[in-house]
Design a protein around this ligand. Structure first.
Ligand code: IMO
Ligand code: MG
Length: 428
């Protein structure tokens, strides 16, 4: 059996999409297991930049079957638009793309309710992507969700949708003082989306299990990052799904015993979009330099990302939560310009020191990072393709990450192009 799980080891945007896309050339299947179109996976295909939100990042690779697992929440209208956009770039989305019938749908009222909730939170807003992700997962758990498989029997779906939408309109108007949504228009939109999506619906858990059992390579592609996990992240400043490797089983129907290596993707520094504690945030010119060099702007919302230094305490925590076997360090080249590079190796809290990642956001907000200064390399690494091409200080930086985490670094990326990678060990 050969399946690997690719997870974000930080607050998302680690470059999981690019890694998944390049590994997909050796895979038979790429499966998304959680999240929705809050994700923005930027991939460079033949010199063109594509951003996938719901489509698995293997979709541009011919011969790879891409699956949206049942743990994902699918905005049908968003997905149709994404498929059209990707097809316009000459990428096939046909029999190479399946959606599990058990994935729940994100409906227009989820987005409307979320917008109203975020507004009413005022200064304590989470800073969500406003894609309706939280309300859609909440409905799934409160048993008021709509599995996408229902689109295949549209009459039943419409009946259920009208009942739920009427209740949501009450919430929108009476609680939030917002405008009600036009339910007839919603039904009509969904009818159009159903025509497009029903051909892709399938019962996939057994298919995925069989593919893993056959020995073919299957990639489970995570979205967001461990520190945004609903259970292990910096709650309440998290997303509403299990972004960590533990999410694969309930999100695909593949049991933990069938999962292989877990690959953690982390930037050579760290970023966060949205609100919440961020100990190593660089709020000075250095943060601005990272943001500029790393083009750190949200691929889904266009918001500038908050930037800071690599946080080893958080990374070790993510390694533990996911059981990360190997790391891929991305965007190493962004650090090419720095004289010295701070690495956070511990936290100071309440007069003491700790290397433990706090379990509450309140506690995390009170820590002060303890830095170790690594010498920078002040050289262009973007052309590096093998170990010897990297400056000594850049290699020392990667080695130090291995030392501090106890986990080997399998590769480091040094640019946006798929081939801009220094590979130390084979992955798939
Ligand atoms: P990828 O897959 C970075 C963040 C939002 C917000 C919080 C909750 O590209 O790594 P949500 O809309 O999910 O309820 O918002 O999570 N967030 C992400 N940050 N990368 C992502 O995805 C994210 N998806 C959600 O900014 O702080
Ligand atoms: Mg992203």
């Amino acid at each position: 059996m050969s399946s690997i799980v690719i997870v974000g080891a930080q607050w998302g945007d680690e470059g999981k999409g690019k890694i998944t896309n390049s590994l997909a050339t050796n895979a038979k299947m790429v499966v998304r297991f959680q999240g929705g179109n809050n994700a923005g996976h930027t991939v460079n295909v033949n010199g063109e930049t594509l951003v996938f939100h719901l489509l698995p990042s293997g979709i541009s690779v011919p011969g790879v079957l891409c699956v949206i697992g049942l743990g994902v929440v699918v905005d049908p209208l968003g997905l149709v638009e994404e498929i059209d956009g990707v097809r316009a770039k000459g990428i096939e989305v046909g029999t190479n793309f399946l959606i599990d019938v058990g994935a729940h749908m994100v409906m227009p009222y989820h987005r409307a309710v979320e917008a109203a909730e975020e507004e009413s939170r005022g200064g304590s807003a989470i800073g969500t992507t406003r894609k309706g992700i939280g309300p859609a997962y909440a409905d799934r758990y409160s048993r008021e969700g709509l599995p996408i498989g229902m689109l295949a029997s549209f009459g039943d779906f419409e009946e259920r949708l009208r009942k739920i939408a009427a209740r949501k309109n009450e919430i929108l108007t009476k609680l939030h003082g917002a405008e009600p949504l036009d339910v007839d228009a919603m039904v009509a939109d969904m009818r159009r989306a159903a025509e497009r999506l029903v051909p892709h619906l399938a019962d996939t858990p057994e298919l995925i299990r069989e593919t893993v059992a056959s020995g073919a390579n299957v990639i489970f592609e995570g979205a967001q990052g461990t520190l945004l996990d609903i259970s292990f992240g910096t709650y309440p400043f998290v997303t509403s799904s299990h972004t960590s490797a533990a999410g694969v089983a309930p999100g695909t129907g593949v049991p933990p015993s069938m999962l292989g290596e877990v690959i953690g993707v982390a930037k050579a520094y760290i970023t966060r979009v949205g609100a919440g504690p961020f100990p190593t945030e660089a709020i000075d010119d250095l943060g601005e330099t990272i943001r500029g060099r790393g083009k750190e702007r949200g691929a889904t919302t266009g918001r500038p990302r908050r930037c800071g230094w690599l946080d080893i305490v958080a990374l070790r925590y993510a390694i533990g939560v996911n059981g990360i076997d190997r790391l891929i360090i991305t965007k190493l080249d962004v650090l090419d310009a720095f004289e010295t590079i701070p690495v956070c190796v511990g936290y100071r809290i309440g007069g003491g020191e700790t290397d433990r990642f706090p379990r509450s956001a309140e506690e995390l907000a009170r820590v002060e990072p303890l830095y170790e200064e690594m010498p920078g390399w002040k050289a262009d690494t973007t052309a590096a393709r093998k170990h010897d091409d990297l400056p000594r200080e850049a290699m020392a930086y990667l080695r130090r990450i291995e030392e501090l985490t106890g986990v080997p670094v399998a590769a480091a990326s040094v640019g946006a192009a798929a081939h801009a990678v220094v590979q130390f060990t084979e992955i798939l």
